[in-house]
Ligand binder design. Structure first.
Ligand code: CAA
Length: 408
């Protein structure tokens, strides 16, 4: 494929606090191993009322532009993919456009399809570039979400919050995506949704796992057909990660498609083949997801950051697969090649120093933040210092029906 378009810059930004899942398990009377081993999650990022989809999107966007030395004037398309918009009409993207200081000659919009919005934005911006319409400019695609299911629900341990920003260009320094390998899938299902009146998502949890796996099968078939040798040619398989164990289930489904039969623990040889393949192609790149939790639109791209920060140089020139799933549902499976220059950016995109500075919440603090966040849209004045926050961009309340953002 001669067209070289893909991801040129990447950055993650998230809330200042987290919950340790073992603490949550104890508070809910659940064996901690269910969350840490059964779901594969260690921690989840928790947003305070002053940290919303806009503030996280802007922090991630600013980091990506700065760390990769991209001039804001070079951005000709800005897309924010989110399931947690802050307004029924006004897009998060237009707040971000202003707060990032982008040029007026910029196409700016928000995409919504549960966790699929950022992949939709990525492929759309690739098409924008490949068509020639970009005229040499780049796109900025930001995934920003707060995953919230409500206290005491089955989804509670699979919450999280954060944003991933990516610059898309025709000279991508990190990952080239081959347009001919992009496969798509859509089906109307009620596996996860959020009615207009609800701050919390509703999910038919076990059914949503089946929908995800069906979508993986459908999108992969559209992408590469009945290939039986794809996994052998790859150096990593990245999946949408609502919780880490889901990536294992996804990898099992891909391997079953290749082998042409189901895999179960009862058959030791194929189970060992699966676990070895998972340990090589998936597990090393899931450490950030295990720390941050589900960030919906950004989850797949957080796994990509994890891969590039650890092995961007070592895996230069190698092929990887990416699978994005959004409930409801829509999905894309595609292949990418890690750019020769990726190794130079390993520390530029590494969010681990910021993650190490996060504050651990008690369960009582977490529960009070959740309640305060439920009321935040109608709060007139919010003071970031009340939530232990300083030094960032914050939502400071809605006055005269207008949201206010301030640096503090
Ligand atoms: N020690 C070790 N493991 C344990 C355990 C223990 N004491 N107790 C249970 N487990 C294991 C279970 O065996 C299970 O593992 P397997 O799936 O491999 O069998 C795992 O822990 C979870 O246990 P349950 O299935 O009993 O958990 P649950 O019913 O309480 O809820 C859930 C799990 C359905 C994922 C729920 O957290 C949920 O609804 N989450 C939100 C929806 C979601 O994330 N869906 C994912 C697909 S949809 C999507 O991807 C879009 C999106 O982002 C939302």
């Amino acid at each position: 494929d001669s067209i070289s378009v893909g991801i040129d810059a990447l950055a993650f930004a998230g809330p200042a606090a987290f919950v340790e899942l073992a603490d949550l398990a104890r508070a809910r009377g659940v064996d901690p191993a269910k969350f840490t081993h059964g779901l594969g999650q260690n921690r989840m990022a928790i947003a305070s009322p002053c940290e919303d989809t806009v503030t996280m999107a802007v922090e991630a966007g600013a980091l990506a532009l700065k760390a990769f030395d991209v001039d804001p004037a070079e951005i000709g398309t800005l897309i924010v993919g989110t399931e947690t918009g802050v307004d029924h009409s006004k897009p998060v993207a237009v707040y971000a456009h202003d707060l990032l200081g982008l040029d007026e000659r910029c196409r700016t919009f928000e995409t919504k399809h549960a966790c699929y919005g950022a992949m939709a934005g990525l492929t759309s911006s690739m098409d924008w570039i490949a068509s020639g319409r970009a005229r040499g400019r780049k796109a900025l695609v930001i995934a920003s979400d707060i995953a919230s299911y409500g206290l005491g629900t089955p989804g509670e341990p699979t919450q999280g919050a954060g944003a991933v920003a990516m610059v898309v260009s025709d000279q991508p320094r990190l990952l080239q995506i081959q347009p001919r390998t992009i496969g798509d899938y859509t089906r109307q299902v009620m596996d996860f949704w959020r009615p207009l009146y609800s701050k919390h998502a509703l999910a038919d949890g076990h059914y949503s796992i089946q929908c995800y796996l069906d979508a993986l099968k459908g999108a992969r078939l559209d992408a590469v057909g009945e290939r039986h040798d794809l996994l052998d040619s790859l150096s990593a398989c990245l999946y949408h990660v609502p919780f880490v164990k889901m990536a294992f289930k996804a990898h099992q489904r891909e391997m079953e498609m290749e082998l042409g039969h189901t895999i179960s623990k009862a058959e030791a040889a194929s189970w060992q083949q699966l676990t070895e393949s998972y340990e090589r192609l998936c597990a090393p790149w899931l450490t950030l997801n295990a720390e941050v939790g589900n960030i919906y639109t950004g989850s797949l791209f957080l796994a990509l950051i994890d891969l590039l920060r650890q092995a961007g140089g070592e895996l230069a020139g190698k092929d990887i697969s990416l699978f994005s799933y959004g409930s409801g549902c829509g999905a894309t499976h595609c292949l990418g090649k890690i750019s020769d220059t990726a190794g130079r950016w390993q520390s530029a995109l590494d969010p681990t120093p910021a993650l190490a500075r996060r504050r651990r919440l008690t369960i009582a603090e977490y529960e009070s933040l959740v309640r305060a966040s439920e009321a935040a849209d109608r709060a007139e004045t919010l003071n970031p210092a009340d939530f232990g926050l300083s030094g960032g961009l914050y939502y400071t309340g809605t006055r005269n029906d207008r949201r206010h953002y301030e640096r503090g």
